[in-house]
Design a protein around this ligand. Structure first.
Ligand code: IMP
Length: 200
């Protein structure tokens, strides 16, 4: 029987990337909308892992199959690792991708290129029957530009320059980004795990 995997996120950008990486598995992939109207998970963890596990377990209580929780964000060396777990809300409660990105550009004004190093982190936790059965953390290392470049992706992608490809994440095709990004690498390991336990 085809297994069902619930993606515990409301972020459209993330959902697209996850679906693209897992689409060829024999897996029915569903979004949080399938759960109907339930209270969102209160995301107050201090680490990506805490939030990913929290989301995964929280939504798996309403779901009888696999649940994938993901927490991700940007860690900027010059800002001592900020925004980190606060990446989605960096510019306040009404934050948007644009206001968050502008805040980063403002805080890094005048900082030379070699000190603008940063990394994206993605942590994933897969649950079933109220238990985390697999957890992964992956990274993508780059440098933050002082202006936006490219139109693809979401979040901080337009200022995240990835030196091996000499482009920002927003200048990559979705499949290219998935091959090298923090989330793409984590999804690749998740895929291997699912195949090894004969899901998919
Ligand atoms: P959360 O995991 O829902 O708490 O949100 C993660 C936040 O980190 C997103 O809203 C983005 O601002 C940022 N982020 C995570 N992954 C990416 C990415 O692949 N590209 C750009 N921004 C990202």
């Amino acid at each position: 029987m085809t297994e069902r995997l619930l993606l515990a996120t409301t972020n459209i950008g993330k959902t697209r990337e996850m679906q693209a990486c897992l689409q060829d598995l024999d897996l029915e992939i569903l979004s949080l909308e399938s759960l109907g109207n339930i209270e969102p998970f209160p995301e107050h963890g201090q680490t990506f892992s805490e939030n990913a596990r929290g989301k995964s377990l929280f939504y798996s209580r309403h779901w009888d199959s696999l649940t994938l929780g993901e927490d991700s964000g940007l860690e900027i060396d010059h800002l001592a690792g900020a925004p980190g777990v606060l990446s989605a809300r960096f510019s306040g409660p009404d934050a948007t991708d644009e206001t968050n990105l502008r805040k980063v550009l403002r805080l890094l004004e005048g900082v030379p290129a070699e000190e603008r190093t940063a990394r994206f982190v993605s942590c994933m936790a897969l649950s079933r029957d109220g238990r985390v059965i697999f957890e992964i953390q992956e990274f993508a290392v780059g440098r933050l530009l002082d202006h936006k470049r490219g139109r693809s992706g979401f979040g901080y992608d337009p200022i995240f320059y990835y030196p091996p490809l000499r482009r920002t994440f927003a200048e990559l095709e979705p499949a290219e980004k998935n091959r090298v990004s923090h989330r793409g690498q984590a999804l690749c390991r998740l895929r291997d795990y699912l195949l090894s336990v004969s899901v998919g």
